[in-house]
Design a protein around this ligand. Structure first.
Ligand code: DGY
Length: 425
């Protein structure tokens, strides 16, 4: 069980980061509403305030574009502590947003919040879930049309920021092809809040902003972006989250959807599950993403290779192989699962997505392990996450070799993970 003092601490982090129905990931470093952060945060709120959990999702869909995309940032209120702000994105939605998206945890969160609402006997649960269900369905259709136009059964990211794992070694080769030239002047703010050694490098930022420049020049039109994209990766983490969220929407659709919704979702899920299953590599004991520009598998070991656990029922041989591989990555670590394993040449235990442990990733991995019958390992991952937070606080991420808390402190999604995972101990 979690301790009462820490639970109160988690509630206090969420209260401190509340900006009026939505939660910033942390003060100053991330001063707006972020897409997948908010979905995890909604599940955290669902443990003690279901009305507020719904609000988190409702405020996020204020930023949804007419074509269905839910952007990665909604700039509800101005702030000068973050770069790139709305002027760089230059999008034209009713309210200011970025122009790219993030992992669609939204559908998973919606089912979670709906079930909490029913358990609490909330009278407006059905009306609120129904509206959000339509938003989620629209966004899933956008994903398949805009990001899998060739019907691979895998959705692609056009920017590393979309993956949420910005500077993961998984993107190194693909990103190296992106020029470092930009038409936008880069004025990084992140390194004023957090030690530069824990953040992406300047060269990464030049490439990140080059991509923003290219897509802004496409007027954020999905077809033009697809044609012009200098970075295009069919990502197994993104696809797995979309497939799982689709299954969660199918569950909601049993009571709240039409026959057409149910058939559409079932077809979508089948396509994604089949696409993902083809990405299993028995020699690596994990799944691999596909670089659509070079045509090559991305074999760099990162946490993404395990995320398909949330969406697929693996066979016995795959289950034993993947659990043994996760065990190998945990070996010698104070806290796991590292985002890059210590045996990889790319491992940097303090630099953002190149080694550190992220509570929400462990939340997904543990959930997927449990779905695949690996209860003991699921509990081990959950318990070490809760323990790391109790030792170091609600930090953005943790050094796997020492357990030290890193990045921004008082992080909303770490507080949410503590509340959700602590209940399962
Ligand atoms: C950042 O600015 O570091 C974000 O991860 C991009 O969304």
């Amino acid at each position: 069980m979690t301790t009462l003092r820490m639970e109160e601490g988690a509630h206090a982090v969420l209260a401190r980061n509340d900006r009026g129905g939505y939660t910033v990931p942390t003060d100053r470093l991330y001063p707006f509403q972020w897409n997948w952060d908010s979905a995890f945060v909604a599940m955290g709120f669902a443990t003690f305030n279901v009305d507020r959990a719904y609000r988190e999702l409702e405020r996020l869909v204020e930023g949804q574009w007419d074509d269905g995309m839910i952007p990665h940032i909604v700039f509800h209120v101005p702030s000068d502590t973050y770069f790139p702000g709305p002027d760089v994105w230059g999008t034209r939605h009713r309210i200011l947003t970025s122009g790219i998206t993030q992992p669609p945890v939204f559908g998973m969160a919606l089912r979670h919040v709906h079930e909490a609402a029913l358990a609490n006997g909330m009278t407006d649960a059905e009306v609120r879930t129904r509206a959000l269900f339509q938003a989620a369905l629209h966004s899933h259709r956008w994903w398949l049309e805009a990001r899998d136009p060739d019907g691979l059964g895998l959705v692609s990211i056009l920017h590393p920021w979309e993956s949420g794992s910005d500077n993961s070694p998984a993107w190194d080769e693909a990103l190296a092809r992106v020029p470092t030239t930009t038409t936008t002047t880069i004025r990084r703010k992140d390194t004023g809040h957090v030690d530069a050694a824990m953040r992406p490098r300047d060269e990464d930022y030049q490439r990140f902003i080059h991509l923003v420049d290219v897509y802004r020049d496409c007027d954020w039109d999905p077809k033009r972006q697809w044609a012009k994209a200098p970075f295009k990766v069919a990502d197994v983490q993104m696809t797995a989250i979309l497939a799982r969220a689709t299954a969660d929407l199918m569950h909601l659709a049993e009571a709240l959807g039409t026959d057409e919704d149910r058939a559409g979702l079932a077809q979508m899920r089948r396509r994604l599950v089949d696409g993902l299953a083809r990405r299993w590599r028995p020699d690596l004991s994990r799944f691999v993403s596909l670089d659509l520009i070079s045509g090559a598998d991305i074999e760099a070991p990162t946490q993404a290779g395990f995320i398909p656990l949330v969406a697929l029922a693996l066979d016995g041989a795959q289950q034993s192989a993947i659990t043994a591989e996760i065990g190998r990555w945990l070996d010698g670590m104070v806290v796991g699962v590292p985002s890059t394993p210590a045996f990889s040449p790319a491992f940097e235990p303090k630099r953002y997505w190149r080694g550190p442990v992220w509570a929400v990733i462990n939340w997904l991995i543990a959930d997927g392990l449990r779905l695949n019958g690996a209860e003991d390992l699921a509990r081990r991952v959950e318990q070490s996450t809760v323990q790391a937070i109790e030792n170091a606080g609600f930090c953005e991420y943790f050094d796997p070799t020492t357990g030290e808390g890193l990045g921004g402190d008082t992080f909303s999604w770490t507080a949410a993970a503590y509340l959700a995972l602590g209940r399962r101990r």
